[in-house]
Design a protein around this ligand. Structure first.
Ligand SMILES: Nc1ncnc2c1ncn2[C@@H]1O[C@H](COP(=O)(O)OP(=O)(O)OP(=O)(O)O)[C@@H](O)[C@H]1O
Ligand SMILES: Nc1ncnc2c1ncn2[C@@H]1O[C@H](COP(=O)(O)OP(=O)(O)OP(=O)(O)O)[C@@H](O)[C@H]1O
Ligand SMILES: [Mg+2]
Ligand SMILES: [Mg+2]
Lengths: 256, 256
């Protein structure tokens, strides 16, 4: 059965794209058939997989406005078993265009209906906002993966995000669950990271993955080569942490 | 004459809030009368100045929907010469509510009209999105200050941001200029920061401030005490850089 996850957090720069790209790659590396859908008009996830601007003709915008099918929009990446629906700046107009559209929150869900057999996992990279694009992702998802940067400002928005997930579950998608919270950019040299971890584990308990993603410069270098960190430098601490996260996710899935 | 700046960049987590809070505090410290308006529903700038959730009744949402005047919304912070219009989660509903409103892009500009004598500088902390809240800020501004994190993904969105500024200048606000690009979270230990700096200076030339803001853990600790870094630890490298940035901004203003 295909499992669909939104990687979401309205706080900016917490590692949504980096988590989407590297978690997807780790799942593909163990043989799962994975599709990433880039819902951020900045198109960082598309860049993270090395998709040139010129190859993004049929992307997330066209999929939402039924100008193409999922099969037409999905592009094979350099990573075996992993395809992506890319995004461009056109997507930034989608918010306003969707406002008056019919079934505006369920466009993505409808687009996925026809390809349920093709993929094991679908991951949505969400923009830093609880807007109609993120809503489309939540309505189409089985679960939400929340990257949480180990910083003070990042803690502020989490409870509002959890409330939003609960509201979407109540009004649009009864299957939606919080799949898990993953601590990112953890810097063992400063107390702030430890304080945030203690706070988050005390509050969200086993919803927080055991795996912590360390701050690791190799992870932030990888996108400039159009490669996931796992491919760019598999041995670095960041990549090893994402591989570990994929294992932990799969273990939770089996217990699901 | 009152000068109004938007601190904007649709890329998330690049240091918009940190720059707004610390630049505003530095300008206030040299005797300028400063107003910060928090346009991000996450309310990080309000938290950065230690404004409790309970004291945010009349804030940016109420200002945009004419439920209060600017004088009623502005709260004195612990920093002399510095007031803030705080924000709450209500603001996340503003986007959809503004869509059908009259003069939806000029609400903020209208709200500021009546207080032109009161402040020397007004700074808007924008959310990580080119939405109607950011558009309101751009329409009401004389200039845009663009924090740019020294990372690869952050480079991707800059040209789209510059184009958006030009479009707003052409259709709504002929006075709008790019005030400057400030490099943030610069980490001298890794090549990526140097590469980004070289790229940005080559491309944007003297639009890039000479002052660079280093990555400095004291800066990210300050918000947990409800204090700007300048107040929390004035001697740290991050604070000194923001004080330097304020001097550079004032120098540019005189030459203006
Ligand atoms: N573990 C890590 N170690 C070092 N750098 C990281 C790590 N994770 C992410 N980064 C870097 O931090 C920045 C922010 O990460 P990313 O862009 O993935 O966040 P995001 O939540 O997707 O941002 P946005 O809100 O703009 O969509 C990027 O430049 C990325 O390369
Ligand atoms: N110079 C710095 N050194 C260390 N940490 C910093 C620095 N500047 C910002 N930070 C930290 O990085 C994170 C992102 O910064 P900030 O929240 O100011 O960015 P933003 O652009 O306002 O984010 P958003 O897009 O969510 O509004 C915060 O946790 C902040 O404390
Ligand atoms: Mg992203
Ligand atoms: Mg901010």
């Amino acid at each position: 059965k295909m499992r669909v996850f939104s990687v979401a957090n309205q706080k900016g720069g917490v590692g949504k794209t980096t988590t989407t790209v590297n978690l997807a790659t780790s799942l593909a590396a163990v043989g799962k058939k994975v599709l990433v859908i880039d819902l951020d008009p900045q198109g960082n996830a598309s860049t993270g997989f090395g998709i040139n601007r010129a190859d993004r003709d049929n992307g997330a915008y066209e999929l939402l406005f039924k100008e193409c099918t999922l099969d037409e929009a999905a592009i094979q990446t350099k990573v075996p078993n992993l395809s992506i629906v890319a995004s461009t700046v056109d997507l930034s107009g989608a918010e306003i265009e969707l406002i008056d559209a019919k079934k505006r929150e369920a466009r993505l869900k409808q687009a996925l209906e026809k390809s349920k057999e093709k993929y094991d996992y679908v991951l949505f990279d969400c923009p830093p906002s609880l807007n109609l694009l993120t809503l489309n992702a939540l309505v189409a998802s089985d679960g939400v993966i929340v990257p949480l940067q180990c910083e003070f400002y990042a803690l502020e928005g989490v409870s509002h995000l959890i409330k939003t997930i609960e509201r979407v579950k109540a009004s649009f998608n009864p299957d939606l669950e919080l799949q898990g919270i993953v601590l990112t950019m953890y810097d063992a040299r400063n107390n702030l990271s430890q304080q945030v971890e203690d706070d988050v584990r005390a509050h969200f308990k086993d919803k927080v993955y055991k795996t912590i993603i360390p701050r690791n410069v190799r992870v932030s270098e990888a996108p400039s080569f159009g490669l996931p960190a796992i491919v760019y430098d598999m041995r670095c601490r960041g990549s090893q942490a994402y591989i570990q996260l994929a294992k932990e996710l799969l273990k939770r899935e089996r217990e699901f």
